[in-house]
Design a binder for this molecule. Structure first.
Ligand SMILES: Nc1ncnc2c1ncn2[C@@H]1O[C@H](COP(=O)(O)OP(=O)(O)OP(=O)(O)O)[C@@H](O)[C@H]1O
Ligand SMILES: [Mg+2]
Length: 135
C-alpha cells in the first residue's frame, strides 16, 4: 500500500526581490516501510520539501501539487484536523540545528521546565545562577 505519494509539488517563496521557485513538480511515492534520502546542494529545496509535507512552510506557498498520506490528501485537510491526527503523531520533522534550538514538539514552557529541573546548577562547565522565569 502506498503510504505517501507526492505529486507535482511546487512551492514558491515571495521576497522583496521577487519569487523564489523552491520546489518545482516534485514527485515521489513511498510504500509502507520504505524510506527515501534526499540529497542536494544547499538551497535546492530539501527543507522546503519537509516543511511542505508537515504543512509548515512560512513566507511561501504551495502553489500546486498533492501530498497523499494513507489515502488522505494532506493539503486539503483543515489545520485542526491535521494537528489532531497527523502532525507529530504520524509525521514529524527533525529541524536543522535541532540540538541547539527549541524543540517544536514541546511547548516552550515544557522545555523551560525541563531545563530548569535538569540543567540548573551546572551546564557545560558553567554554573547557572539564575533560574528561568516564564509566564
Ligand atoms: N522563508 C523563506 N523565504 C524566502 N526564501 C526562502 C525561505 N526559505 C527558503 N527559501 C529559499 O528557498 C530555496 C530552498 O531553500 P531550502 O531551505 O528548502 O533549501 P535546502 O536544500 O534545505 O538548503 P540547505 O542544504 O542549506 O539546508 C532557497 O533558495 C532558499 O533561499
Ligand atoms: Mg535545509
Amino acid at each position: 500500500m502506498v503510504e505517501i505519494d507526492v505529486s507535482d509539488l511546487s512551492v514558491q517563496y515571495t521576497t522583496a526581490n521577487g519569487h523564489i521557485h523552491a520546489l518545482e513538480d516534485i514527485q515521489f511515492r513511498l510504500e509502507e516501510n520504505e524510506s527515501i534520502g534526499i540529497a542536494g546542494e544547499s538551497a535546492c529545496g530539501k527543507s522546503t520539501l519537509g516543511l511542505s509535507i508537515i504543512r509548515m512552510v512560512q513566507g511561501g506557498n504551495i502553489i500546486s501539487g498533492k501530498i497523499m498520506f494513507n489515502g488522505q490528501s494532506l493539503l486539503d485537510m483543515t489545520n485542526p484536523k491535521f494537528d489532531e491526527s497527523i502532525r507529530w503523531k504520524k509525521i514529524s520533522m527533525v529541524f536543522q540545528g535541532a540540538m541547539n534550538s527549541l524543540d517544536p514538539v514541546f511547548t516552550v514552557e515544557e522545555q523551560f521546565e525541563w531545563w530548569n529541573e535538569t540543567k540548573s546548577g551546572y551546564c557545560n562547565g558553567f554554573t547557572i545562577k539564575t533560574k528561568f522565569c516564564y509566564s
